[in-house]
Design a protein around this ligand. Structure first.
Ligand code: GLC
Length: 472
């Protein structure tokens, strides 16, 4: 039997990506980009035309509503765009109960409409009347942008059928339905003066928001999310999107269109991306088995689960968490080690960042989340594994970024390139951006990595959705 050091080394090396494999993935990414722009296929990269045909420049004005559905919370906000790259935002968040995430669409959209009603009653009761009979004033109709961060086959700016759920959602009777229609009908049932004017992916919102707010400088090429899930949007000329029926939309043929790549579904057939035994086990436990395979190696929903699976193997092989190490205190007796999805990525972030002597912080985290005592050697092994999972996530994240930059030839066209990013992983995972940059330097982009700026676009789904509602 290997000792714990050798065993750790072996696992760490399974998460390692060679420079060559990064190049291979980028080439495959560009190939799948081109295929996805040509025709939609079930297993290919969706490359969805979004019907957003311009990006803002900071002078846009007005007040809009925005709702955001994409992860564990539903957010409702109103956004006042001041026309000088600034904005004011009021927002409320409601957690989405798990039984609604996997239940029926009627209950689900009813819950969303209820949150909008509560928000309007609380924050905007002065602007319109909710009960027209008691007040003859015509209610002001709010234009709303709906940030819906799942793959949708969009047929207009405010129409789109859900292709499939991701990130643990599984409301079966909503698949194939027009998502805007579902929300609008529940808003109407409640008599709310709201018109859903735009259906927006969070990456598109991020691209719009960053374009509106960014300090002067390079043009924003990509809006991307590294959060619960991962995805990116960028624009290209409509004439260069073969699968888009430009003849059916003559008014926009000469414009650009923002494309929602759904890069989480890059290489679903695992031709170029890594596939360790832990990745295989994780996939088996997801409702969207075989899809969004790239996302399952990168984003916040999955990193903690990958760690759990590795730790479980280490325990089964007798390296950590023996019966004697079990803490007898009932409060720390959790079944997290054997319960799928019990470990949040923030656990990985904390262990990765631990510089305390003897890794005492890690010791406490492990006690709290797994209920076991560890010695220094074991904690050191666990930290190396966490770092390997985190680094692989960041290196993989560089693949679609490089892919879009190379595909659009942006470095030949612009002096600097700006990227708007959002999500808990890029924001909070220690050293994430530096690791992405390190990987970008290993690609054909090389030293030109210095010509790329990356900025966090915090309110992408609120402000971006408002900007889309404005152009609607
Ligand atoms: C998932 C969704 C995608 C979204 C991303 C980030 O990949 O399919 O639409 O943009 O998560 O939230």
């Amino acid at each position: 039997m290997l000792d714990i050091k050798e065993k750790t080394k072996e696992i760490v090396s399974e998460f390692d990506l060679s420079d060559e494999s990064i190049t291979t993935m980028i080439n495959h990414y560009i190939l799948q980009t081109k295929q996805g722009l040509k025709e939609t296929s079930v297993r290919g990269m969706p490359m969805i035309p979004t019907f957003v045909t311009s990006v803002p420049n900071g002078t846009e004005k007005g007040t809009f509503l925005a709702v955001d559905l994409g992860g564990t919370n539903f957010r409702v906000c109103s956004v006042k765009l001041n026309g000088d790259s600034s904005y004011e935002l009021i927002q409320e968040k409601a957690p989405i109960p798990h039984d609604l995430m996997v239940g029926k669409s009627y209950e689900f959209f009813n819950y969303l409409a209820l949150q909008v009603e509560k928000f309007l009653k609380f924050h905007h009761s002065d602007k319109f009347c909710l009960e027209p009979s008691s007040n003859p004033r015509t209610p002001e109709v709010f234009k709303m942008g709906f940030t819906f961060s799942f793959p949708v086959d969009q047929t207009a700016l405010n129409r789109g059928k859900l292709i499939r759920w991701t990130k643990g959602f599984d409301i079966k009777d909503a698949v194939g339905k027009d998502i805007v229609g579902l929300l609008q009908s529940h808003l109407n049932m409640r008599g709310l003066p709201v018109h859903v004017a735009a259906l927006v992916n969070d990456t598109v919102g991020t691209l719009m928001c960053r374009s509106y707010t960014k300090p002067s400088g390079g043009r924003t090429l990509i809006g991307c999310i590294f959060g619960t899930g991962t995805n990116g949007a960028y624009s290209q000329k409509i004439k260069t999107i073969p699968k888009f029926d430009a003849a059916a939309h003559p008014e926009i043929t000469d414009k650009i269109m923002v494309i929602n790549t759904e890069w989480g579904s890059f290489d679903n057939d695992l031709i170029s991306i890594p596939n360790t035994r832990f990745d295989k086990q994780l996939n088996e436990n997801t409702p969207n088995k075989g899809f969004h395979m790239f996302e399952k190696r990168i984003s916040g929903m999955f990193l903690g689960e990958l760690l759990r699976l590795v730790l479980l193997e280490l325990q089964q092989d007798g390296y950590i968490f023996s019966d004697e190490d079990k803490i007898a205190n009932a409060e720390t007796q959790r079944n997290n080690l054997t319960t799928p999805w019990s470990i949040d990525t923030s656990v990985c972030s904390k262990i990765d960042a631990d510089e305390s002597s003897q890794l005492h912080d890690t010791e406490n985290i492990i006690k709290t989340f797994f209920g076991y005592d560890t010695n220094f050697e074991q904690r050191h092994a666990i930290q190396l594994i966490v770092k390997a999972i985190g680094k692989r996530s960041a290196y993989l994240s560089a693949v679609p970024i490089a892919g879009v930059i190379i595909h659009t030839k942006a470095l030949e066209k612009f002096e600097t390139i700006d990227i708007g990013a959002d999500g808990s992983v890029v924001e909070f995972y220690p050293g994430f951006e530096s690791m992405v940059r390190e990987a970008l330097r290993k690609t054909e982009i090389g030293d030109d990595e210095e010509r790329i700026t990356i900025g966090i676009a915090k309110d992408g789904s609120g402000v971006g959705a408002a900007l889309c509602a404005l152009v609607a």
